[in-house]
Design a protein around this ligand. Structure first.
Ligand SMILES: [Zn+2]
Length: 368
């Protein structure tokens, strides 16, 4: 049974929900609001994608499982299981709804205590599935339109491509703030790693410190904007939202330490949909890494998270692995050649997923 729910005017200005929607090309805003009408008074619902779709998006040609997964990655809903049945909850439901006292009590099981490790795993799995997907057609068209259908570097109007400002190989995301229109020659000319990339970013007024803001569309007040933000970010206020992980600003004296942490954190967040733990131990690991790799530390740290070597994946790309293999990883990164165990025995096992991941790691120029 669906119920009448309240919607606040601020909802329509929820920029993160909009960005999430653009990123996956699914009607997340409408689905999210619709979901409230399917929640009981505790904000719980049965995780039944087909039934929910029939109630919420009857005419849209979408798979509602994808919709729920996308909402879960971004922290707008949370799934849990009870006696073999799957349920969901909207964590912020009671903050935003004034439920009529006569409304029936929930007859759905209570969600378990929030188990961070469990949700990290669930979100990482879902994020991994979405990561394999390319920039959607809608996003592509939106970016071209935003940039006036011309290369933002040389104003060419032919042979346009979508460029990731912070390359995907270092954890750059499909968020609109990390995308821009470049003609193919300008795109191909961009370096993908090393000092050359740092110089290239500098020509757009960006440093590695801008990576997280650009890639996760996190607004930092009073900061300069890259040209990709032209005309879009100026009036959008930062809004608190579910799932936002607030990063702690690094305080080390060497700016490379902060840059290294930011690059690692941003790539990690992209891969696992949560921020990595930060504490005294990780701080000293970052310092050690900068001592050993110097100015390359930030780029190697970001790139490391995209590395699919079994041991790294097993250890969830912990900094322990990065520190243990720092010099070797630097060499691989510098030669821009990722040797993974799966590639080594890939001849007979390379499925679509593997290929997709490869193109994700290496190919930053996407055809029109
Ligand atoms: Zn150009």
């Amino acid at each position: 049974m669906q119920r009448i729910r309240t919607i606040k005017p601020e909802f329509f200005k929820h920029d993160e929900l909009y960005d999430a929607e653009l990123q996956v090309d699914l009607p997340l805003r409408l689905a999210y609001v619709g979901l409230w009408t399917c929640c009981d008074r505790e904000g719980r619902f049965k995780w039944k994608p087909r039934q929910l779709k029939a109630s919420i998006l009857p005419y849209d040609e979408v798979d509602f499982s994808d919709v729920l997964d996308a909402l879960e990655i971004h922290g707008f809903v949370r799934s849990y299981e009870h006696d073999g049945e799957k349920y969901g909850e909207v964590p912020t439901f009671k903050e935003h709804q004034c439920v009529n006292t006569r409304e029936a009590k929930s007859n759905l099981p209570e969600p378990p205590e929030y188990d961070n490790a469990m949700h990290v795993r669930a979100r990482a799995r879902i994020a991994q599935e979405f990561r394999g997907k390319n920039v959607t057609k809608t996003v592509r068209q939106t970016i071209y339109a935003r940039d006036g259908h011309q290369c933002v570097r040389c104003d060419a109007t032919e042979d346009l491509t979508i460029d990731h400002i912070f390359p995907q190989s270092m954890g750059g995301t499909h968020f609109p703030s990390n995308l821009r229109t470049l003609c193919r020659p300008c795109n191909s000319a961009r370096p993908v790693a090393g000092q050359a990339l740092i110089d290239d970013l500098a020509s757009d007024g960006l440093t590695l410190n801008d990576m997280q803001r650009t890639c996760m569309h996190v607004h930092a007040q009073g900061e300069g904007k890259g040209r990709e933000g032209k005309g879009k970010e100026g009036n959008s206020a930062s809004s608190p939202s579910a799932g936002r992980v607030v990063s702690i600003q690094p305080k080390q004296s060497n700016p490379l330490n902060a840059e290294t942490w930011t690059a690692y954190e941003s790539a990690y967040q992209q891969r696992y949909a949560v921020a990595p733990v930060r504490n005294a131990k990780t701080n000293s690991q970052v310092v050690q890494l900068v001592k050993r790799l110097g100015q390359n530390a930030p780029l190697v740290a970001g790139w490391f998270v995209s590395h699919n070597k079994g041991w790294y994946v097993q250890k969830s790309h912990s900094l322990d692995c990065l520190v243990a293999d720092a010099e070797g990883l630097y060499t691989q990164w510098a030669t821009n050649h990722q040797v993974t165990e799966s590639q080594a025995r890939s001849a007979d096992r390379m499925g679509n997923a593997g290929r997709r991941l490869d193109s994700l790691v290496f190919d930053d120029s996407e055809p029109f």
